[in-house]
Design a protein. Structure first.
Length: 201
């Protein structure tokens, strides 16, 4: 379930008093702001429609004659709209945002990754450190890409029906998605090393 900072769901902004507390904007969930369900695969057309509608509604030029406080509120809403769109329209940012909103991703976290995956990554890294020619590098690169593709397929399967799940099933599913997220982060380091070695041959 999408976390809500407003009891009863997304409020109509017209119900708020003339002066809005800044924290209400900074804490508002992006999905709630756009009044759409939490999803790993939202409609891009709908996101764009919401973004343009709110961009027009909260355009600062329309509030040039309003009090300074009201102009500041509109500026914050416009900023929120920009951040929401840029986050939700990008698959990687959207996935991380959802996981963070459920406290499953945090800066500096050290997740416990599957032992089999760690052994596979250690093997790739050791072979990379000993690579002697472009052919060996190509083999390692192909293996890393295969692992990446397998993880992406698993991720696509886990996120496909997320919206249809009940709260209990969603919690379990989110934990599995977070596991893939951290494995992808680990693999990214290997891929960066591959890019570095590729310049040597």
């Amino acid at each position: 379930m999408v976390k809500s900072d407003f009891p009863g769901g997304v409020p109509d902004l017209s119900d708020f008093p003339t002066t809005f507390p800044t924290f209400a904007f900074t804490m508002m969930n992006y999905f709630e702001f756009y009044d759409i369900p939490e999803s790993f695969n939202p409609s891009q057309a709908l996101l764009k429609k919401k973004f343009y509608a709110l961009s027009k509604e909260y355009h600062p030029d329309f509030y040039a004659n309003e009090p300074d406080e009201r102009q500041q509120e509109i500026l914050e809403l416009s900023t929120l709209n920009n951040k929401a769109y840029h986050t939700l329209s990008d698959p990687a940012k959207r996935l991380e945002y959802i996981l963070r909103s459920h406290d499953l991703v945090a800066d500096g976290a050290k997740p416990q990754l599957p032992a089999g995956f760690l052994m596979e990554m250690m093997d790739l890294n050791e072979r990379l450190m000993e690579v002697e020619n472009a052919e060996q590098l190509a083999d390692i690169t192909a293996e890393a890409l295969a692992v990446e593709n397998d993880m992406q397929k698993e991720l696509d399967s886990l996120t496909a029906d997320y919206e249809t799940l009940n709260d209990t099933a969603r919690e379990d599913r989110l934990n599995k998605i977070a596991d893939i997220y951290y494995r992808q982060k680990y693999l990214l380091r290997i891929k960066e090393s591959l890019d570095t070695f590729a310049t040597r041959f």
